[in-house]
Every structure is written in structure tokens, then in C-alpha cells.
Write a protein that binds this ligand. Sequence first.
Ligand code: SF4
Ligand code: SF4
Length: 424
Amino acid sequence: MTLTWQQELKKCVKCGACMAVCPIYRQTGREEMVARGKLNLIERVDLEKPAHKKEIPAGWLEAIDSCLLCCSCEENCSKGVKITEIIAAARNRQSAKQGLNPIKKSAFALLLNRFFSMARLLKAGSFMQWLLWRRLPRHSGLVRRLPLPGIDDKTVIPALPRQQLDDYLRKRKAAPNLEPVLYFPGCATRYLYPQMGLDLIYVLEQLGFYGVVPPEFNCCGLVTWGAGDSKSTMELQQRNLAVIQKHAAIRQIVTGCASCGHALKEYDGLPADCEILDISEFLFRHKEKLEKLVGSRKLNRKITYHDPCHLRKGQKITAQPRWLLQLIAGENFVEMRHPERCCGAGGTFGLSHKALSRKILAEKTRDTDASGAEIVASGCPGCLLQLTEGALLAESSWEARHPVTVLADLLKNDAGKENRKEVE
Ligand code: SF4
Ligand code: SF4
């Protein structure tokens, strides 16, 4: 933030335009749940100084905690108030004073630990997951087998693959005839959805590019930033910037994760000649080549699109994914009602505020149902997981997929297959 949070807070003119778009306010109708109300409360505590418990206004903690950081309010704010940065600063102040929630603290420690890493933990978990979880018949993901605290029958978690993206890439042969680009897969693709990463790499190769995936890339830091853990966020940023510097000959960094792209674009210290591109932006740059590659092939299933908040509101990317889906599906691509509305995932919000998250999700599910689509595409692994849970809760038959996996199938002449085989 170039302005201090106090200056940023003063920019708010209390117009209430943010009320029309806040998913939390839509569900609760409470002033302190919308940006205007949150900013009012935050203003009453000096974020620079430790405040005594008694000085914290009632509802302050709940207000700063109940936010998806979806940027919907920022998109609608004519004064350009950096609302999500102020909320993250307030969370940071709170966690500095009271400490992080122990579950988040342990998870963030794993993100930073090079030996007891998230990758190792999840791989170990992949061997035991079948004891507690079972695969969903029509969707990707798992649901519990036995009663588990805080988790109900409809909570979908991703299946943990035995082989993570890096395991597949270790076997890859160098391709000197292809132009290198850095590919930042992000944790979800790397550890949970390796097929998504392999599909993106495949598409790049079809266009003449080699996706270089340095194993030293860390988490992008969006989740630690959102939780108010600025120390871990800075550490993760520094590590990723060092990797980018190490590959100084490659100046384009592509990602298929809306949240990672949003975080990377905000890094302080990103080299000026370095470009971060969402995969939809990158493909649009190579429009003619891709159109030629796709040729007359078209997806024969109806597909719709959900705008990930971090792509639409965070990066202002709306046209490129739609162009891509139009190319893939032609007339079979249909818009849903309110594609811009948040799905309610919001990083860990879906776990910490399950009831509220599901109410927001139910709106998205109804809009997806009404589109009549068999597939809902979205360029964010977090949204895909949330949408899958939405389909399960509503007993809908559509599936949630990344646009690039649909494109990869089409290029492999595999599109429309009912039971697509995921790597395990
Ligand atoms: S839209 Fe912006 S200026 Fe208006 S009340 Fe909301 S945060 Fe304040
Ligand atoms: S970021 Fe999203 S959830 Fe948070 S106040 Fe703004 S619109 Fe509401």
C-alpha cells in the first residue's frame, strides 16, 4: 500500500455502493459485514498501536474475520479504497497481538519448512486417505466415510494424488526447440490437481512453449496475507522473487491459478521487465496460433463460466477466458446469471464460516443449474473445489473444470468423454 492505512481509510465517503455487491452483506443484511461498516469499525482502533481489549469495539473481530477478500466491494468503489488491504492489515494487527489460530499457524509453518513440507505431508496422506474418505462417483473429490468433527457428509476435499506435479515433471525430457516460459503452478495444482498442471504444460507445448517449473517455487503467499501473517507472506515473496531472479533469462511467468496470479502481480520487487500472465491472457496473446490448432473441433457439451474473484476483480480479466471458451465450445458456451458473483470459497473462509459460505455457494449453484450447462469452467482451483461441493449439495450433475483441462482434452481429441481419467 503506497498510502498508509489511515489515509486509505479517509478515502471512504460512506456512499454505500459496496452494499450492492458484497456477498456477506447479501446474506446477513448487517452493516458491519459490508466494507463501509468494516471500515467504520476498523477506524476506531489504531492499527499501529496495541489496543487494550476494552478499546476494541464490539463486533470488531467478527467484522474483520467475516470477509472473503473477494474484492467485489473494491470493484464497485468509486473512490478506489483498497478495502482488502485494510482488512488484511487489521487481521495482521490482530494476529500480531493475539497470535495466529493454531491450525493456520501449523499449516503456514509447513509452507515454509523445507524438510517437513506440505508436499511431504500430503504425499504421506495420500496413502491413508481411503480409510477416512471415499471418492465421489460423478465428481472429482472425496467425502468422509466416518463421522469427523466439523466435517459433514457434503464437505468435499480433493483426493490426494500419489504423484504430485513435480514427480511427473522429473521424468520430463528437455525440449530445446521450444521457447521457455516460467510456469507458476501454485500449491493446489502442484499437490492436489497435477493433471491440471500437466494439461497446462501440454497446451503450452502445442503452442511452441516449454513450461519451466522450478521446484523451488513456494506458495504465492495469498493465504498467509489473507490471514494477517505478514512475516510468512514476506518470506514466501522473497523466496519466489529469488527464483524469478535466478531464471533471469525468462521474463514471462504464466499461471493457471487466479489467486496466485493476483498475488504475484502485487509483489513488491518484481523485476520491471518481468510479466505475470494468467494462462487465459497468455493464450489470447497467441490467439491465431491457438485458433489454427483447434481448427474445426468443438466441445459437444454445454459449458458455462464462473469468474474467479481474483481473476475478474483482482486482475480485471474477463474477456480472455470467455474468448477461450467460445473457441472451445462455440454455441455450446453459455453465460450463467451473475457469473461475477463470488462462489463463497475465499481461501479458508469456506472452512471457518461453513454455513455462510454454503449460503453464498447455493446462489452460485442455482445460477449454474439455470444455465443448463454440463460443465462449469473456472480458472481457479479453489473455486473448482467449492463448485464441486455445490454440485454435490444440490445433487446437480454438472462438473467443475479448469478451462485449460477442457482445451487440452479437445486438442487430444478427447473432449466430451464422460469418465475422464485423472492421473493418480
Ligand atoms: S463504496 Fe467505497 S467509498 Fe463507498 S462506502 Fe463502500 S468503501 Fe466507502
Ligand atoms: S471483500 Fe468481499 S466479502 Fe469482504 S467486504 Fe468486500 S465484498 Fe464483502
